[in-house]
Design a protein around this ligand. Structure first.
Ligand code: F6P
Length: 372
């Protein structure tokens, strides 16, 4: 029977992380199994920064945003140590053994799943819980934090309507989501947007302007345009596709690294994209345009009821797997059920919005333009 389980939260924080930690801890208590927290993501495992999570520590955290454990984007396999980047996975293995852990639960998104796979390959008993406001984790319908962020972004769009209408403006609202458009599409659909720009459907700025001008001809006084932080124009999409193809073809380590840097630079060059779109739209339409960047507000504050329920179900499912000694899985949300999915099937994959997704179809049928 298991005696002690480790837990950490890694990557960007998400509302609902504490609800998951609490659910794991409370479920383990039933079986007299201890929970040991590691601080600040994988850093805690490398530097042995721990936090006891007894019954009292688990009280009062269900509704709190952020993570009581702290988090970081540090990858154990590529960790900055002084001036060097080092593989610290062996140090993690030592600390795992030192604490006599029976399993380690890693709560995180895309990056966390890659790191978790490395630790699984080192022979550790790993279970992961999917969390990210971006909703881009493969093999799961949903991830902790998405619903809360969706509400925050939708509320923001709701609020923009009255000021947009009063001033007869085009209102751009930049929404997070990394390379995926789930949050922007969902909030745009729920908030009654007029044009939605997402990475999965590269836009042509002239088509965006034409959709707005058409609205003006129909007597509409304003336009609401949610823009995903990863939205790309058709020209940019081509550059990304060409760089990705070069990365795919690269055979030597040097060429692979070079094309990876090329892709990262292309991504960085897009900083300020929403502001540039606004400027261009003002030029093309002659209409006053304003930008709101929601930023970290989308990740802050208390989790929604759905996220609390999801986090609790996923936390409980982890403990079921531990009791059955089934390790090496992500607990995935599939409809109303939770199913284990091998970490290999999740790591390194990205769940983007499929072009034929029902949300895209609904948006089109209600007259929303994607500027394609
Ligand atoms: O992955 C969650 C997320 O909020 C993305 O939407 C965003 O691109 C990124 O994190 C921001 O990262 P950081 O917290 O490192 O600035």
């Amino acid at each position: 029977m298991a005696k002690c389980i480790g837990i950490l939260t890694a990557g960007g924080d998400s509302p609902g992380l504490n609800a998951a930690i609490r659910a794991v801890g409370k479920s383990l208590l039933h079986y007299n199994i201890q929970l040991l927290g590691f601080r600040d993501g994988f850093e805690g495992l490398v530097y042995d920064k721990t936090m006891h999570l007894n019954n009292d520590d688990l009280s009062g955290i269900l509704t709190a945003g952020g993570t009581v454990l702290g988090t970081s984007r540090t990858k154990p396999q590529k960790m900055p140590v002084g001036k060097n980047i080092m593989d610290m996975t062996d140090v993690i293995v030592e600390n795992y053994k030192k604490h006599q852990l029976d399993a380690l639960i890693c709560i995180g998104g895309g990056g966390t799943h890659k790191s978790a796979l490395k630790l699984k390959e080192k022979g550790l008993n790993i279970i992961t819980i999917p969390k990210t406001i971006d909703n881009d984790i493969a093999c799961t319908d949903n991830s902790i934090g998405f619903d809360t962020a969706l509400r925050i972004a939708t509320d923001a769009i709701d609020s923009l309507h009255s000021t947009a209408s009063s001033h007869k403006r085009i209102m751009l609202v930049e929404i997070m989501g990394h390379r995926a458009g789930w949050l922007t599409l969902g909030a745009g659909l729920a908030g009654g947007a007029d044009v939605i720009l997402i990475p999965e459907l590269p836009y042509d700025i002239n088509n965006v302007a034409n959709a707005i001008l058409q609205r003006s001809r129909e007597g509409k006084r304003f336009s609401i345009v949610p823009v995903a932080e990863g939205a790309v124009s058709k020209a940019e999409a081509l550059l990304f596709a060409q760089a990705a193809a070069r990365k795919e073809k690269a055979t030597s380590k040097k060429d692979k690294e070079k094309s990876k840097i090329e892709l990262e630079n292309l991504w960085l060059a897009r900083t300020g994209n929403t502001l540039r779109i606004a400027q261009k739209l003002e030029e093309l339409t002659g209409q006053e345009t304003r930008v709101t960047i929601l930023g970290y507000l989308q990740r802050g504050g208390k989790p929604s009821p759905s996220d609390r329920i999801l986090a609790t179900k996923l936390g409980n499912a982890c403990v079921d797997l531990i009791r059955k000694r089934q390790f090496g899985y992500m607990v995935a949300s599939k409809g109303q059920d939770i199913e284990p999915v091998p970490i290999e099937e999740v790591a390194g994959k990205l769940k983007l919005v499929p072009q034929d997704h029902p949300w895209i179809k609904s948006a089109r049928e209600t007259g929303i333009s994607f500027g394609v």
